[in-house]
Design a protein around this ligand. Structure first.
Ligand code: DAH
Length: 353
């Protein structure tokens, strides 16, 4: 028998073996028997060298053809067996295709961080810089340098969390020590003015603490964003324009603001700012308790007494400051009836934002 006939026979036998392989393992055994390192066809290719130069090209081509048709048949049979294998498993119930897949929820920003970021970004757009201060703060920064007299009620241990250093007995009979959890972000104003020189345009987000029982409108731990501007020629008009712009960016172009006289120890004059109610557009409804307005922040012109603590020349420089509660702004923006919902971690609620 010539080499050509031998090859033809090898191909026919190989194709028959492939067609009758009943599973992937026996199919692979066929592949090895013909195309493996010591396989039949590989043997023929190895023997090519012993053929005469006239025979070689024809036999070479014929063996390549055989290899190609065996490889093609192997691939087709493998695909067929794999599919049959899967179908058999499904039919046997080993794979329950009706089982729901595992849902992986992507992580997302908490509403409080989202609102904080939105507030900060509005002021970054106006050229402000971000500043931060410690949450465990000295009484000096939280109260004294902010012009709070020694007997100011906010200093009482019933309102403020004092940090006790048990080794140093720094707590006096009133329960107060000189270290406390800051009750507002305003102490960052003092730190910024101590460290930098005017002109200052600063926005300071952060966590604050008050000794309150959690209820729909209070949390013992919440977030504020503080603003401070110190420059030459600043007026109350600049403060009004800045905060009006902020409210429109935050709540919508159609919202109006009003400034009501108020008192804060560290600003003079001081004001509270209301934004027109987004539900009734100022007509008065349940959300705004019939007033048409929602209070959103406190502000004022920096008191010269404060400038004195940080050695800023109040003859040359004027400043304004403002502070707002992030939870309250979130509640107003999304009609959240109870601030506690923001900290309870119920994903059905938090995922809406
Ligand atoms: N620190 C005040 C508070 O927590 C808010 C505030 C009022 C901040 C007036 C200011 C300001 O900077 O000028 O209630």
């Amino acid at each position: 028998m010539g080499v050509a006939e031998e090859l033809e026979e090898m191909r026919d036998e190989g194709l028959a073996a492939i067609a009758s392989a009943e599973d992937l393992a026996s199919l692979d055994a066929v592949r090895v028997a013909y195309l493996g390192k010591k396989g039949l066809l590989t043997g023929v290719l190895r023997g090519l060298g012993q053929l005469s130069p006239q025979e070689r090209p024809a036999v070479g081509k014929a063996s390549n053809d055989v290899r190609e048709s065996l490889e093609k048949a192997l691939a087709e049979r493998r695909a067929h067996l794999e599919e049959a294998h899967l179908e058999a498993r499904v039919a046997a119930g080993a794979v329950d295709v009706t089982l729901p897949g595992r849902v992986r929820l992507p992580g997302r920003e908490h509403l409080i961080n989202m609102i904080t970021r939105e507030i900060v970004e509005i002021f970054l757009g106006l050229g402000y810089e971000v500043a931060e201060g410690p949450e465990a703060e000295l009484d000096y920064y939280n109260f004294t340098a902010l012009n709070h007299p020694p007997a100011h009620p906010a200093r009482a241990a019933s309102d403020t969390f004092y940090v006790q250093d048990l080794s140093m007995e720094t707590v006096d009979s009133t329960g107060e020590s000189d270290v406390l959890l800051r009750t507002h972000t305003s102490p960052v104003q003092i730190r910024v003015m101590e460290q930098g020189k005017p002109p200052l345009y600063v926005i300071a987000p952060g966590r604050v603490y008050r000794r309150d029982i959690a209820d729909p409108s209070h949390l013992p731990q919440f977030h504020q964003v503080e603003g401070l501007v110190v420059d030459e020629g600043i007026t109350f008009g600049d403060l009004k324009g800045t905060l009006d712009y902020f409210c429109k960016e935050m709540f919508g172009r159609d919202r109006r603001t009003r400034f009501r006289p108020h008192f804060f120890p560290f600003t003079e004059p001081s004001a509270e700012v209301d934004v027109s109610c987004g539900i009734c557009d100022g007509a008065g409804c349940r959300f705004c308790k019939g007033t048409g307005w929602l209070e959103i922040l406190g502000c004022g012109m920096v008191d010269p007494n404060v400038f004195e603590y940080v050695a800023v020349d109040s003859e040359r420089y004027v400043g304004f400051a403002f502070g707002m509660g992030v939870e309250r702004i979130a509640a107003l923006k999304y009609n959240i009836p109870d601030l506690r919902m923001l900290v309870e971690g119920d994903m059905r609620f938090l995922r809406q934002f």
